[in-house]
Design a protein around this ligand. Sequence first.
Ligand code: CS2
Length: 490
Amino acid sequence: MAMTPRLGLDTLRRLPAESRPLVRPGTVPVGIVHIGLGAFFRAHQAVYTEEAVAAAGGDWGIVGVAPRSADVVAALKEQDNLYSVTEMSAGGARAKVIGALAGAQVAATDPERVVARLADPAVRVVTLCVTEKGYKLDPATGQLLDDPALTADLLGDGSPTTVPGLLVRGLLARARADAGPIAVVSCDNFSANGRRVRGMLAAAYAMAGHDDAWLRANVSCPGTMVDRIVPASTDATRAAAAALLGVRDEVALAGEPYRQWVIEDDFPGGRPAWELAGAVLTDDAGPWERLKLRALNGVHSGMAYLGALAGRETIVDAYRMPGLVDAMRRFVAEDIAPSFTPPDGVSVVDYGEQSLARFANPAIAHRTTQVAMDGSQKLPQRVLETIRDRRAAGGEPRWGALVVAAWMRYARGVADDGRPLHLDDPLADRIRAAIAAAPDSPEGLAGALFGLTEVFPAELAADETVRTLVVDWLTEFDKHGVESTLAGVG
Ligand code: CS2
C-alpha cells in the first residue's frame, strides 16, 4: 500500500477545502518572533494570528523559536512550516492546517540568528510561551532567580542559553540598531504576566549593569490571559489528523474547540487585528487572568493531583470520580468566587461550571500527570493566591487546602495503589530532600513543604489555620485514600 504523503506545500491541494490554511503559506512577511514552539502556542496564538491576517492583512508572519529542542523545528521544516490543529469534542473532529508560521529556528544551536531577528525593524512583537519556569523567576516573590545559566548569560559574553538572556541580548542589539519600539508579550499562565516580564527585563538589565533608558522608552509588556486545552500529542492525535486530512502530519496537534485570548492593548509598533479573530483587547487583563488562573487552572491542578493519586490516567477519568466534581464546585463557590472581583458581568460560579464542562470533554485525553507537572511553579498563582485572599478576609479556604494537600501527597511520589508517580518539577530535588528529612506523617509532610520559600510566602507558611486544614486532608488521605475521602465529601 502506498505510504500516505506528508503535509507540505506540494500536498496542500489534496486537503479538503475546509482544512486549508486561511493565508497563502510563506507569503506573509515576518512581523512577530515567537519564543517557545510548543503545542499551546501553535494551537492558540498562531491560530488567532492567522485568522487576523486573513481578515485584515498585515505583515504579521511568525518566526517560531524553539529554545532548545530541534525536533519540532526539523519536522516543521520537512512540512514547509505547516502543521494541523484538530478540534475535538463529543460532537466530532475537524482538522485545519495553519499557515501562520513564516519560519522556525532553534535558539540553542544558533542564538545569534534569534538576536538578529529581535533587532530587525520589521519585527514589532515578541510573544513568549515558555512555561512558568522559563522566566527564571522565583514563583513566590517574582524576583530573578540566582541561577548559574542566567548569571552566565547576563554577566558573560558567550551565547545566551536562557530566555531572559536571549531577550536582553536581542533588545540590546535592537537598541543599537535603532530598530524601533517593540512589544514583549508573555502568553504564559502567570498572574500579572506583563508586569512580571517587565520586572524580569528590568532586573536582568540591572544585574548586567546595562542602562535601561531605551528599554523603558521603547518596550511595552502587555499582560494577557491565554486559554485553550491542548494536551501533548500522541500517535492517536497524528492518526486522527491523517484520517481527516488525507496527508501525514508528524507535528499534528489536537485541542478543544474553546479558546480565549485577552490582551492589553499596548503595542507601540502595531499588532495584528486579533480582535477580528475573537480576542478581547482591553486596558487591564488582570481580572481575566485571575478568573482563568483560579477558576480554570486551579481546578485543573486539583483534578490532576487528586486524580493521579487515585490512579486516574486522564482529566476526564478524574472528572468521573465520585465526589471530585462536587469538591471542585465547592472550591469554586466557597473559596475562589469570594476571593477576587471578576471582570464586569462575569459570574465566577458560571465560569467554573464552564471549566468543568470543558474538563469533561471525552475526546481530549489530557494526562493527569501532564497537568501535575511543575506544581511548584503553578501552585502560587493557581491556588495560593486564592488562599491568601480568603485568609485576608477571614475565610477558611478548606477546598484550596484540599488542592495543596493533594499536591503535597503527589510530591511524595506514590499513588494510593502504591504505583510510583514521577515528580516532574524544577524543584524536584529540593522537594524530595525536604520530604526525606521530615517525619513520615501528615504533620511532617506539611511542615517540610510549607518550608519551601519559593512556593509558600512566609505569611502563608506561618498561618496555623491553613496548616491545620492541609494536615486534616492529609490525615484523611492517609486513613482512607483519596478516592474514599472524595466520595465522602458532601
Ligand atoms: C493546564 C494548562 O497543564 C496545565 O497545567 O492546566 O495547560 C491548561 O490546559 C491551559 O492553561 C488551558 O488554557
